[in-house]
Design a binder for this molecule. Structure first.
Ligand code: TEU
Ligand code: CA
Length: 529
């Protein structure tokens, strides 16, 4: 019998703190700014916030390079602010899920400062040192090995050279991490999002990075040491996960994590790499989403549901229509995603239809991944235009422009100069206008709260034309049909079902031989029998 959990009911909201709301005019979002927007989030109806890192950090990777896990970065506020955020959110039935970044630290973490002093330092084996590099590459371009002159060895960094990888084979590392996790659990947080957690089992000499042999042993040890007995949401970021692996992470019986972020629907739309440009294939999208729905059945695992985050281009620009059909395509993606089984995640600004924000020069690019890739690409013969086009299509800054609150200066994000320019379309696209995208998300969140069929119903795909994503949900003898034309083209949909009651969206007169306008989407209960 499935044990019901609070994270079966809620929709989560991801905040990238640097870009959400500035409260002190320094142009950088901060925790007091987040507190000032909790009523907005409460009106949307979300039940939890995934808070991207706010810990002490030199900000080489905007906080995913942590120098002190138990301190708050001064630009984001104080520990008192953090405790107030947890308390104020709790008053609104919103839990705070912290970002756990433990595959690596910053090179300014006390452990690394010690470790690099000498080969015999007690913290040396908190990290991964070798006399010679092997072929491992960094996600942020170049070799994954950095030579350190002081002790004439290389250290491993799967991300920036200022993000040295922790050595999880070292029991002292694991115990130090679990101790830190308990520090945060004791503060009353709602759980953890676990950054690239599939990498902590790496075997560098075998050039194994994801899904190492001890990964699940570490996660079960972590669960026992820091998670068990607390009613926490834990979601692992696992870029290469398959449904089989997802069951290992999220089957309740295994006591590891609540769920994972799988990225198959994202990477399926890339050419050989994301920089080679991405495209949107509806047939691929619906096949992948359908597979994950049918493979994870609540008893054997749990899906997360997302199309946006701080690392991805805005879905309306990448896959939708961010021009004349911006509202319709936003509603269609929201509807077909949120009525699936799993926990949906809204990324800040998604609920008002924010879009990509193109640059014209490389000097405007902040993100280290984009900057490192650009330097590499220019060296290997790509033109400036090609590099700018790649960054404008899939660069991470697209998701990191300030939240667009209203039509006042800097979209109400800051009274100062924003750390990254506000998208010029903020006068037209902002939360003050609320508008139909926001209302669609509000209604979807309310529907989830009120209807167990969304949380626990069965899923089956419904035959439909290539650009139409249609599926049935079945729960306690009732059936619900969800249909979304995910294209700019008119399409058709035919079903023998009769519409008993439209729940959301624009349902056609009849479900038999219906003509669907571009981005038309709806959900309805259908007659059974
Ligand atoms: O991201 C993991 C990661 O690899 C992404 O950077 C992703 O692979 C890339 O953007 C796609 O090309 C996590 C965090 O979400 C990201 O913000 C951090 O930069 C990274 O880990 C290192 O902590
Ligand atoms: Ca600020």
């Amino acid at each position: 019998m499935l044990e019901k959990k609070w994270w079966h009911d809620v929709v989560m909201y991801q905040i990238y703190p640097r870009s959400f709301q500035d409260s002190n005019g320094d142009g950088i979002g901060d925790i007091p700014g987040i507190i000032s927007r909790l009523d907005y989030l409460s009106s949307l109806g979300v039940g939890g916030i995934w808070l991207s890192p706010v810990y002490a950090s030199p900000m080489d990777d905007n906080g995913y390079d942590i120098s002190d896990y138990e301190a708050i970065a001064p630009e984001f506020g104080t520990m008192a602010d953090m405790e107030q955020l947890i308390a104020e959110a709790k008053k609104r039935n919103i839990r705070i899920v912290m970002d756990l970044v433990v595959n690596h630290t910053s090179d300014e973490h006390a452990w690394f400062i010690e470790a690099r002093q000498s080969k015999t330092n007690q913290y040396r084996d908190f990290y991964i040192w070798r006399d010679e590099p092997n072929a491992l590459k960094s996600t942020f371009s170049g070799s994954a090995w950095q030579f350190d002159a002081l002790t004439k060895q290389y250290y491993l960094h799967l991300f920036s050279k200022r993000q040295p990888d922790l050595n999880w084979e070292n029991e002292n590392v694991r115990q130090a991490i679990y101790k830190m996790m308990n520090f945060w659990v004791d503060k009353g947080i709602g759980g953890f999002r676990m950054d690239v957690i599939d990498l902590i089992g790496k075997l560098p000499d075998a050039e194994i990075t994801g899904n190492g042999p001890k990964l699940h042993a570490y996660l079960q040890e972590m669960n026992a040491a820091a998670l068990a007995g607390h009613d926490l949401l834990t979601v692992g970021e696992t870029w290469e996960a398959t449904p089989e692996l997802a069951k290992l992470y999220s089957s309740p019986a295994r006591q590891e994590l609540s769920m994972i972020f799988q990225f198959e629907h994202i990477t399926a739309m890339w050419h050989e790499t994301k920089w080679a440009g991405n495209y949107f294939s509806v047939p691929k999208f619906k096949a992948i989403m359908g597979k994950w729905q049918q493979e994870l059945s609540a008893e054997n695992g749990w899906n997360s549901l997302f199309l946006n985050n701080h690392d991805l281009p805005r879905v309306l620009s990448a896959w939708g229509n961010d021009k004349e059909k911006r509202v319709e395509s936003a509603q269609a993606f929201a509807l077909c995603l949120h009525l699936l089984r799993g926990t949906p995640y809204i990324y800040q600004g998604e609920e008002i239809g924010m879009t990509n924000c193109p640059v014209t020069t490389l000097a405007e690019v902040d993100d280290i991944e984009s900057r490192n890739w650009a330097n590499d690409a220019l060296k290997t013969g790509h033109t400036q235009e090609e590099v700018i086009a790649g960054i404008n299509a899939v660069g991470r800054d697209n998701a990191r422009t300030p939240m667009q609150w209203d039509a006042t200066d800097n979209a109400g994000f800051t009274s100062g100069t924003p750390w990254l320019p506000v998208n010029a379309n903020y006068k037209r696209i902002n939360a003050a206008q609320k508008g139909s995208i926001f209302e669609t998300y509000q209604k979807l969140i309310a529907l989830r709260k009120e209807n167990d069929w969304i949380k626990y119903g069965d899923f089956e795909p419904v035959t439909s034309e290539a650009t139409v994503f249609a599926y049935l949900r079945t729960y306690q003898e009732k059936k619900y049909l969800i249909v979304a034309n995910l294209s700019d083209e008119t399409s058709h949909f035919s079903s023998s079902y009769k519409n008993r009651q439209t729940l959301i969206g624009a349902a056609p007169e009849s479900l038999n031989a219906a003509v669907l306008a571009p981005w038309q989407a709806f959900a309805c209960e259908v007659e059974v029998g």
